[in-house]
Design a protein around this ligand. Structure first.
Ligand code: C5P
Length: 408
């Protein structure tokens, strides 16, 4: 779990978004963290400490003079155990205090006494967010090394719409997890294909496959968490877009090919890495009908004629100045030999074979990495964990001596 063994101090200040901190506490624990809650007096007007006590299984602190800490050093004791302090929500008033180093209650005092990173999730009315003092305070906090998460834009509890809306708990949890992820792909551009393709027979029918897109989406997320700028070209799937990933939806193999080529032609986003996870249809229906095919009176079924689709991966790998290319393969037997053959045929440095062909749609997987040196196995794990392992492997290969500093 990505936040295993992390001790997070969750500071809650006075704002209506305080109720979302309860969901965040759960989300952080689900990812393996232990969560210690400290609330300001104003926060307790919005949500009660027992809620957090019950959710986290830890006593909640609100008072600098809490008799449960025998030396009256709550502000020191609590921060020394923390890997990070998260202020969720961070009110305009609390941000102003932080920016000026005020320490007049337990939470502000322990922020000043901390020796760990501080992350804040502002939440306030759009006018409060836009005001010069708040702008100054945010700039000061950023200059001081405080990570500011959000805010987003949208409906506000006051009935207005605009900037200042706190990020959702799931978004905050993603950003917090990224904070603890080694930024192995910082500054890199990664292009990924994922999911199945759909080849029409007529306007309502088509040929597709059982790819769920889960592995490709997990890899897109892992690359993003590791600091890369990620473009994800996805065939038809209902999966949610990973946070911070630019997604392009396509249906057919040819659309996927065109979207990949368009992305590679973008001089401002030259891909360093191309990871081809999509289960691309090898053939399309060459005589697809523009209108719905009807049963014929003589009972004869339609005759479909197939045409070969472009091999996107091989085309990208053959380009001059190609990005570092990673292919996927689903072989049923003699994985290593077939994998090496496919690696050579596609012209890619790294091929990732699914071990066993029952991977489609599952949440776990087992992989065999095949490169010029041979092969090694990534044992069965969740697709999320495997994606993180694969990112390490790719980042390690990018950093190998001999690859140009431009990394391409
Ligand atoms: O040839 P095969 O389909 O087994 O190769 C699988 C690898 O090639 C995957 O990485 C897949 O995304 C990619 N591929 C492609 N375009 C195709 C067929 C496969 O990019 N038309």
């Amino acid at each position: 779990m990505e936040l295993a063994n992390r001790h997070l101090l969750l500071g809650i200040t006075g704002g209506v978004a305080a109720y979302k901190a309860a969901e965040l506490a759960r989300e952080l624990q689900r990812r393996g963290a232990t969560v210690q809650v400290v609330m300001t007096e104003a926060a307790t007007r919005f949500i009660g400490p027992p809620t957090f006590q019950a959710l986290t299984g830890q006593p909640v602190f609100t008072d600098q003079w809490d008799p449960r800490i025998d030396n009256n050093m709550a502000h020191i004791e609590l921060t020394r155990r923390a890997d990070a302090i998260l202020i969720v929500p961070a009110s305009a008033d609390f941000l102003a205090k932080l920016a000026h180093g005020l320490a007049d209650d337990l939470l502000s005092t322990l922020c000043l006494a901390r020796n760990c990173p501080l992350l804040v999730a502002p939440a306030m009315n759009r006018e409060m967010w836009a005001q010069a003092p708040t702008r100054r305070n945010i700039a000061q906090l950023q200059a001081d090394g405080v990570r500011v998460l959000g805010p987003g834009s949208g409906d506000q509890a006051c009935g207005e719409t605009g900037m200042g809306r706190m990020l959702e708990p799931a978004e905050l949890a993603e950003d917090i997890a990224a904070h603890f992820t080694a930024q192995r792909l910082a500054g890199r551009q990664v292009l990924i294909t994922a999911g199945p393709t759909f080849e029409p027979i007529d306007p309502v029918r088509g040929i597709t496959n059982l790819s769920s897109g889960k592995m490709g989406f997990a890899i897109a997320r892992a690359c993003r968490q590791a600091g890369a700028t990620v473009t994800l070209i996805a065939g038809p799937t209902a999966l949610p877009t990973p946070r911070g990933v630019a997604r392009v939806d396509v249906r057919t193999a040819r659309q996927m090919h065109d979207a990949v080529m368009l992305s590679l032609a973008d001089a401002n986003a030259l891909a360093d890495v191309f990871i081809s996870v999509a289960a691309v249809a090898d053939w399309r229906v060459a005589n697809a009908s523009a209108s719905k095919l009807k049963k014929s009176d003589d009972g004869q079924p339609p005759q479909l004629v197939f045409a070969q689709n472009p091999d996107i991966l091989a085309t990208v790998a053959a380009r001059a100045n190609a990005p570092y290319c990673v292919g996927f393969a689903a072989e049923s037997e003699d994985l290593e030999r077939h994998g090496q053959e496919k690696r050579a045929r596609k012209g890619v440095p790294l091929l990732v074979a699914n071990i066993g062909h029952e991977t489609f749609g599952r949440d776990d997987n087992e992989l065999l990495l095949i490169d010029a040196q041979g092969s090694h196995r990534l044992p069965r794990a969740s697709k999320t964990e495997l994606a993180a392992r694969l990112v390490q492997e790719i980042a390690g290969r990018l950093a190998e001596p001999g690859r140009s500093s431009a990394s391409r």
